[in-house]
Design a protein around this ligand. Structure first.
Ligand code: SF4
Length: 217
């Protein structure tokens, strides 16, 4: 089966399973989504949502977050991994948004990626989920599933993003990245799999006999 045929099957199946996937990180505006994505590095969305519920009661704008200060932010997020660094980054990015972008979260990759703690994946999430600009944020789930479904060779996330953008129509990117994440969490977890247990892989690889191991689970 060709890669394009597999991509069509994947799109169809994911649409059936997740017709309108919600944005997993709770937020009320562009700024609170940006902060939530920065906080989610090496932490679960569930834990981030639990902590931001309280944090955003006192700081849901760059001005209020700056006012809270690094130690004030830390008090709300200290249960997360990398909390020291995250507190500092959130304080600094709030300050920069006020000073350089008139208090508004910028809507370009270049500007977003100039903010502390904001890499290409975080910027892609904000571009996609806040500004509705087609993007394909590749997180660990998407990287893993793309390999398991034969959409990329799995060398690195940059290559995976490029391969996914080439194979799927641009109109699908913003919803599809969420659908893949949901599928990864529900069915295709990081634990090993021989590539035959789900209907998805049995459909994509009807003749599969050997165990499939992806490069970076
Ligand atoms: S068979 Fe395994 S690799 Fe394929 S979709 Fe299911 S869990 Fe993922």
């Amino acid at each position: 089966m060709k890669k394009s045929e597999r991509a069509e099957i994947i799109l169809k199946e994911l649409k059936k399973l997740y017709p309108s996937p919600p944005i997993p990180l709770d937020h009320t505006n562009a700024f609170t989504l940006l902060v939530a994505v920065v906080l989610s590095a090496q932490s679960t969305d569930k834990k981030v949502n639990e902590l931001t519920k309280e944090l955003y009661k006192v700081a849901d704008t760059p001005e209020k977050m700056k006012e809270l200060g690094i130690s004030g932010i830390y008090e709300y997020i200290k249960q997360l991994g990398l909390s020291n660094q995250k507190s500092k980054n959130i304080y600094l990015l709030s300050k920069l948004i006020i000073e350089k972008f008139h208090g508004q979260v910028p809507n370009s990759f270049e500007e977003l990626e100039s903010l502390p703690g904001v890499g290409h994946k975080t910027a892609s999430v904000v571009m996609s989920q806040v500004f509705n600009i087609p993007s394909f944020p590749v997180d660990t789930h998407i990287h893993r599933l793309s390999q398991r479904w034969g959409l990329t060779n799995g060398d690195n996330v940059k290559q995976t993003e490029k391969d996914l953008k080439n194979i799927f129509p641009i109109s699908e990117w913003n919803t599809l990245h969420l659908q893949i994440i949901f599928y990864g969490r529900e069915y295709c977890t990081a634990r090993g799999c021989d590539g035959t247990k789900c209907l998805m892989c049995r459909t994509l690889y009807p003749k599969r006999k050997k165990k499939f191991i992806c490069k970076k689970p």
